[in-house]
Design a protein around this ligand. Structure first.
Ligand code: TRP
Length: 378
């Protein structure tokens, strides 16, 4: 988009994202202090990602809290487009979703969109997307979701169940809406244009299955919001409650501001299957807010605001506010040098990786506990 300083769509994140501006552009609401207090009241605590403004924006989260207070039913819904292996940026909303499930006792629908990643050309062959989907499902299970309350499905395997809802959604969305929201043109294939209908369906599954209005709350990266804007516009016409959303900021790339985490540039992020050696190398090469020399850093201090290493503490690896404050103060005053800060972060990441990798392997035997499919496979 010419004249734009940054771009955020479900398929492209470009430039340095101004998340405050995005709230205005998208027309969402900030999660403010009174709302955080309501969450504390309902959940017994406020997750660090909420306290720190990583989950910072929402649509109708207040209505979900109202429903919860009245003991009315609601469900969680999130998803994964299986384009590649999982990196820590993907994990972020899942960790939060698991906390929500635990604290609120909510059922979770987890959509894996192999169709999407095939249609949007990440793969030559559909079965490649499905295969990566199954690899990703191991990571999803490893996060620790409750199997009794979690329903994972691949679009291509659950389509019989999803399709009647998808066509009802699709009939209400014009091509001109799709063009306006997603910037489609004549070169887009039919599947791409239809796809938003597929991502809308899980918003309504609980209502259909229970035969009463059951709103969905969707924790997701804010880049996914355009899909659900469309879903919200058509929900009531179909007789379903509008889905609610909580949006997270995207984890900064290890390569620094303006760059983007990507599987084709593995140095930009840590992947859950990375070896300890690869992880160590990525962290050691990460972009920081450090000074050119030790002497300068001791004298002037460094800048955590632009530092990808500090972001990893803040987003995922230092849940204690006091601990985070120590890292920040020591950084700003020059008491902490980047090398030791990276080493300390590795002391948190490496054990996490080891645990996750073990849980991921153990998940291979547990897939069927979580999956919804149209018909049992032979
Ligand atoms: N489109 C998402 C992606 O590319 C996958 C997805 C499907 C999703 N349904 C969702 C993400 C709901 C968040 C919430 O990764």
């Amino acid at each position: 988009m010419p004249g734009e300083d940054f771009v955020v769509t479900p398929w492209e994140v470009r430039g340095e994202v101004d998340y405050e501006k995005l709230v205005e552009r998208f027309g969402t609401k900030r999660i403010d202090a009174p709302l955080l207090e309501r969450i504390r009241h309902a959940a017994g605590e406020v997750h660090p990602m909420l306290r720190r403004g990583i989950f910072y924006s929402h649509r109708d989260l207040d209505l979900i809290l109202n429903a919860h207070a009245k003991k009315d039913p609601w469900v969680l819904y999130t998803g994964r487009g299986p384009s590649s292996g999982i990196h820590l940026g993907h994990i972020l909303p899942w960790v939060f979703t698991r906390w929500m499930q635990e604290r609120f006792g909510a059922t979770l629908y987890f959509q894996v969109t192999d169709d999407e990643k095939f249609l949007f050309k990440d793969f030559e062959r559909l079965d490649e997307a499905t295969k990566i989907g199954y690899e990703n499902i191991l990571d999803i299970i490893a996060i620790g979701f409750d199997p009794a309350k979690t329903r994972i499905f691949l679009d291509t395997e659950y389509i019989h169940h999803l399709y009647p809802v998808a066509v009802q959604v699709a009939k209400r969305i014009t091509f001109s809406t799709a063009k306006a929201v997603f910037g489609f043109d004549n070169a887009n294939n039919l599947g791409e244009i239809f796809y938003t209908a597929m991502q809308s369906v899980p918003c309504f599954l609980a209502s259909i299955e229970q035969g009463r209005p059951v709103p969905a709350l969707i924790p997701c990266g804010i880049d996914q919001d355009p899909h659900f804007r469309v879903t919200r516009d058509i929900a009531e016409a179909l007789g379903y409650p509008k889905p609610a959303l909580v949006h997270n900021k995207l984890l900064p790339a290890l390569t620094g501001p303006g760059s983007k985490m990507s599987a084709s540039q593995p140095e930009t992020s840590i992947f859950t299957t990375d070896t300890a050696k690869a992880t160590r190398k990525k962290v050691n090469n990460a972009f920081t807010g450090g000074r050119a020399s030790v002497e300068e850093q001791r004298r002037l201090g460094a800048n955590p605001d632009v530092c990808s290493v500090f972001a990893y503490y803040q987003y995922l690896f230092e849940p204690s506010d006091e601990g985070l404050k120590t890292v920040e103060t020591e950084c700003r005053t020059g008491a902490r040098l980047c090398g030791e800060c990276k080493e300390q972060l590795l002391g948190k990441i490496l054990p996490w990786m080891e645990k996750h990798q073990a849980a991921r392997e153990a998940a291979r035997d547990r897939v069927d506990e979580f999956m919804l499919r149209d018909a049992p496979k032979a």
